[in-house]
Design a protein around this ligand. Sequence first.
Ligand code: 7TS
Length: 405
Amino acid sequence: MGFAIDKIRADFPILLRQVHNKPLIYFDNAATSQKPQQVIDALVHYYTYQNANIHRGVHALSQEATDAYERARDLVKTFFNARLREEIIFTAGTTHSINLVAHGFRSWLQPKDEIIVGQAEHHSNIVPWQMACALTGAVLKVLPIDENGQLQLETLKSLLGPQTKLVVVNHVSNALGTINPIETIIEMAHGHGVQVLVDGAQASSHISVDVQALDVDYYITSAHKMCGPTGVGMLYGKKELLEALPPYQGGGEMIKEVYFEGTTYAGLPHKFEAGTPNIAGGIGFGAAIEYLNTIGLEEIAAYEHELLMHATQGLKQIEGLKIYGDITHKTAVVSFNIGQLHPYDVGTLLDRMGIAVRTGQHCTQPVMDFYGIPGTVRASFAFYNTKEEIDIMIKGVQRAVNMLQ
Ligand code: 7TS
């Protein structure tokens, strides 16, 4: 059976939109994915019929809302194959999850301790660690990429040492789409007794992830990159590590007992979930996972790879076009420039044709500095995109080049 693209596209009402009087072609999926009707319905259903605060009411509505929210946690747990449901912490998203862990690390980092960070990280996986280092005297060490955007594992070998406390890398680069060999990185780090945090924001709706098989210590993502709502995401952590990690925010729900003499904290996952959470968001996250499960991540990955190959081959026909991170082991992201044309100009012309791409640094300034460029044009595809849309974009890029050169 082929990929049921027409049926899938019909689930996404936004794909019927026009932009500048042209049918929308949405190729900014790495920034955020579109939402299927099933997810939109789940949000509306919660607010229409179940709205109540959770974990605290004896009344029926609160119980129903709690059940729906906690069911979503089970869906996330199963999706990532975590061992225990309390290892899944709901957060506001990837940025929040990373800050939560980095804040905990502030409590035990010592001067001269080292954190190894990939060169192609999103700023949200750099700055929280810089802040932790600034407060503790720990040192950030950079694991460099090569010309293709791949992490230099030989260098990791020499960077890992007795001072290393943590390695932080993304699973997939948002700027380039390159897939990092996290299995090897985790094995190498664990060989030195070092924990690994993986930013999975760009992987989790494209690559099947099994946190137990990976033996990863922390794995993080945002629901909005996975057809879910904004403002909700996940931190997976091994139970013993999360139990040792100090809480991030203090407040209601994260406590066991509060006395002015001192407070004790709730168990996992509540210790890290202070205050009223994004209840609708959590439920919508669960609905997004159910939706992705109905299609299947293996099928999604295979289809998106076809899109990637089609786009890569077509774009390479354009004279002077350079793709950054031009390898095959990547998700469906093509980051490129044409000669000296400014990516912003190309992106603006594509927008006039109804084609949404992202231009600029993609919150990865060190990657742009590495290549010595102001930014790139980034087309990032999802399983509801088509080769026909890609053909329109390729023609559009050629038109933009003709107009700008
Ligand atoms: N890490 C990676 C690898 C990302 O791609 C992003 C968002 C984040 C972290 C931050 O996620 P948030 O949900 O907390 O904002 N990346 C992008 C992007 O590539 N274009 O817009 C947002």
